[in-house]
Design a protein around this ligand. Sequence first.
Ligand code: NAG
Length: 477
Amino acid sequence: MATLSHHHGLRLFMLSCVLVGVLCKDLAETHHTIEVSSLLPSASCKPSATKGARKTSSLKVAHRHGPCAPGSQNPNSQAPQLTHDDILRADQSRVDSINSRMTSKPPLVTRLDDVRESKTTDIPSKSGRTVGSGNYVVTLGLGAPWKQMTLIFDTGSDLTWTQCKPCVKQCYQQREPMYDSMASASYRNISCTSDACSHLTTTTGIDPDCSASTCVYGIQYGDSSYSVGFLAKDKLRVTTTDTFDSFIFGCGQNNQGHFGQSAGLLGLGRDKLSFVEQSAAKYGRYFSYCLPSSLSSTGHLTFGKGSRGSNVKFTPLATIKEAASFYGINIEGINVGGRVLSISASTFSNAPAIIDSGTVITRLPPTAYAALKNAFKQGMSKYPKAPALSILDTCYDMSAYTTVSIPKVGFSFNGAGNIDLDPSGILYATDASQICLAFASNSDDTDVIIYGNVQQQTFEVVYDIEASRIGFLAKGC
Ligand SMILES: *[C@@H]1O[C@H](CO)[C@@H](O)[C@H](O)[C@H]1NC(C)=O
């Protein structure tokens, strides 16, 4: 029935195109006509056929709450169901934490037990690294013999860590068997006197500790999730051909928080201890990812340059001096339904802006958000409204429609020109009766502007750090 009426709608649409040629061409340029069902996730995994760029190392990316995540079909390891409200609330704590890293607001102090039974370490959450809920996972191998581990990848933090037996303090439930340092022939502790250990202060924002000459790291994330453990090195296996013999990572002995059932985190920030820097000799500080259009599809995370067409639109990579591990960008404008919104240039230059793989919803300065929302509402006036969903205040009830026509939304980045978002990057759907504009307002014009992962969906986003630029290629997965 749904398919039938969809075809019928499409035929009517095409017929009216023939009748009013010019108007229709305009409509196709300024609007997306989409099936409502395409915005809703399905219960089974439908992997994308598009692979990462040739001659490079590519990992499959899945949403960790979706059916494509490794082990998600195993009935014994079902994660507690998160609501969209939970996801969006966690997203706000990530954003709050990114903002506190960029300002010198007084630190909130949280007490955490470190791995040494007798001692406690104060971990200021001001310097907390950031992890939200709407994150994506990839699967790598660690140790000899190697064990599979599924990690959340995060461009907003640097240290890679995994839960580590014997879990001196406590570990959360994860889907895969836990990495056991004792069972790996190539595992080594890193000493307190090493450069890597002293560098932890920059990497995690927290001074390292020392336990019987082994370096102890602690990292806390915005939503009070944390990991504490030994700084270690072991063999990291990215693909069958790409391994790194002495990869430095955190062997987490005390881990709690919103990591779902993943084994830990893959840090893709710009700091010296991040995966990007540790693999620089092989991959040349070049990686890209494509985040799938829904929870039930897959994308890729690809390391190394490979052969990419000339269609990538690049914008210069900016450095945020208060938080140098973030990837800074410059937004110059927004357009809706083919019209450039009138937003003064200073609106975007008054606040730092970053692109982040872990923030779900793009955060805009209040004046820019208001302009976007008003223009979008005008283009959507024929659809019935629906209640707000957490931080998303512009929602529609589309349950009576099979297909809808929505205004296109594009972002222009310095040097890259306008980039038209995929429909999955414009709307966030809980179900057909509540489909919301997938943007949110910052509370202050000086808050950090964040280009979030919903808006990045289906693009191959290229991080060419060596050439200091960020690129976008449409239809990347
Ligand atoms: C690593 O250091 C910890 C803490 O000192 C110690 O308990 C553990 O046995 C060490 N592991 C190895 C393989 O040296």
